[in-house]
Design a protein around this ligand. Structure first.
Ligand SMILES: [Zn+2]
Length: 85
C-alpha cells in the first residue's frame, strides 16, 4: 500500500520506514513522510533558536541540576550516534 505525503505529495510505501508512527491518526502513521518531518524539525530549530535557547535557560534557572544532567545525556547520545555513522 502506498501513502502520499501531505507535505511534499510524494508517494511512499505506507510503512514505518517512510512515515513515523502516529497512533492518533487513522492509518497509524503521520501524514508527513520522514524526510519532511526531519526537514521541518531542522527548520523549526533554526527559526526558533532563540526561543529554544530561552526556554533552556529558563528551565536551567528552575532546576539547574536536572537540566545539566539532561543536556549531558543528550550530548552523550549525540556523540554515540556520530560515532556509529
Ligand atoms: Zn514528504
Amino acid at each position: 500500500m502506498e501513502k502520499v505525503c501531505t507535505r511534499c505529495k510524494k508517494s511512499y510505501p505506507a510503512t514505518t520506514e517512510y512515515f513515523r508512527q502516529d497512533r492518533s491518526s487513522e492509518s497509524g502513521l503521520t501524514g508527513w513522510c520522514k524526510p519532511c518531518l526531519s526537514e521541518y524539525g531542522r527548520e523549526y530549530r533554526r527559526t526558533h533558536r532563540e526561543e529554544i535557547n530561552a526556554s533552556k535557560r529558563r528551565s536551567r534557572a528552575l532546576d539547574p541540576e536536572a537540566t545539566l544532567e539532561k543536556e549531558r545525556a543528550y550530548q552523550r547520545a549525540y556523540r554515540e550516534r556520530k560515532r556509529g555513522e
